[in-house]
Design a binder for this molecule. Structure first.
Ligand SMILES: Cc1cc2nc3c(=O)[nH]c(=O)nc-3n(C[C@H](O)[C@H](O)[C@H](O)COP(=O)(O)OP(=O)(O)OC[C@H]3O[C@@H](n4cnc5c(N)ncnc54)[C@H](O)[C@@H]3O)c2cc1C
Length: 244
């Protein structure tokens, strides 16, 4: 081992990327779907004519958990994050996914190293852990151990590719701290379920305790969604962040 020169510098990152690639999602979509119950087909102009009433209707739908009007929307997010985040993310079955392939292209050496703000020490019971700051020594150990491990595994990957081994076989040595990228598409109801579970908010009706790295992704998604659907987002907050 060690005879192959790495072709590219290894990149170490502590953050995640989230972009809203495309969207057909607005508060009007919720109102339009809800009002078909009482009025038959409604025009969007009518919905926008009485904002106070619209706000009240969205709040009522959220509070009483009439969820289906929130399904008439679509958002596609580009996410770049470590593979261990994607393993958790893809448990959310109401999203549609497409992820980059490790069979069709050589994987780029970008790896996750916890940043200086990442809490390192876990205390308490399963399901409700408390995370505390690490010491300077623990941060040094985590940084050095992860980087060294990534260097070794990526070197082994390159050695196998150089020897003519298929990408799908060589990639088996790469760790879950490797970054991947995907498109994830969802509607607002699915997104609220995701956010209720993947953002830690002690003041929510059912607090959840997600891993920090998927929460970093979820926080960025929530900020983008709140701009698209401000009334729906406000009602989600006001009603304890419970998925309707
Ligand atoms: C803090 C935390 C810790 C976790 N720990 C673990 C763990 O240790 N091990 C583990 O395996 N998972 C774990 N998970 C994942 C968790 O069990 C869920 O798989 C994940 O949160 C997706 O939730 P969901 O099913 O509500 O989402 P989605 O799959 O997006 O589903 C949304 C909603 O659709 C409905 N639905 C979807 N599919 C079905 C179905 N087949 N039948 C009936 N209703 C359906 C449900 O109402 C569901 O809430 C954890 C999640 C969190 C947030």
């Amino acid at each position: 081992m060690g005879t192959v020169e790495p072709e590219a510098e290894i990149t170490f990152r502590s953050d995640v990327d989230v972009e809203l690639v495309k969207a057909a999602a607005s508060d009007a979509d919720v109102l339009w779907a809800a009002r078909v119950s009482t009025k038959g087909e409604s025009s969007l102009e009518e919905i926008e004519a009485d904002p106070q009433r619209s706000k009240g209707l969205i709040n009522y739908l959220m509070r009483d958990r009439h969820g289906t009007p929130f399904e008439h929307s679509s958002m596609t997010f580009y996410v770049s994050a470590p593979i261990f985040v994607f393993r958790e993310f893809m448990r959310h079955r109401t999203f549609s996914y497409n992820e980059e392939s490790g069979r069709y292209r050589k994987l780029t050496p970008v790896f996750y190293v916890p940043g200086p703000d990442r809490k390192l020490v876990q205390e308490g019971k399963p399901g409700k852990y408390v995370f505390l700051d690490g010491t300077a020594e623990q941060h040094k150990l985590v940084t050095e151990a992860t980087q060294e491990s990534y260097r070794q595994s990526y070197q082994a990957y390159l050695e196998m590719l150089e020897a003519g081994v298929a990408r799908e076989v060589a990639r088996t040595v790469l760790p879950v701290g490797l970054y991947s990228s995907m498109y994830a598409t969802c509607n607002a109801r699915a997104l609220m379920n995701f956010l209720s579970l993947r953002v830690k908010r002690e003041d929510s009706t059912f607090p959840s305790f997600p891993q920090r790295e998927i929460e970093m992704v979820a926080e960025k998604m929530e900020a983008l969604w709140a701009e698209l659907m401000p009334l729906t987002h406000a009602a989600f907050e006001a009603n304890g962040r419970v998925c309707p």
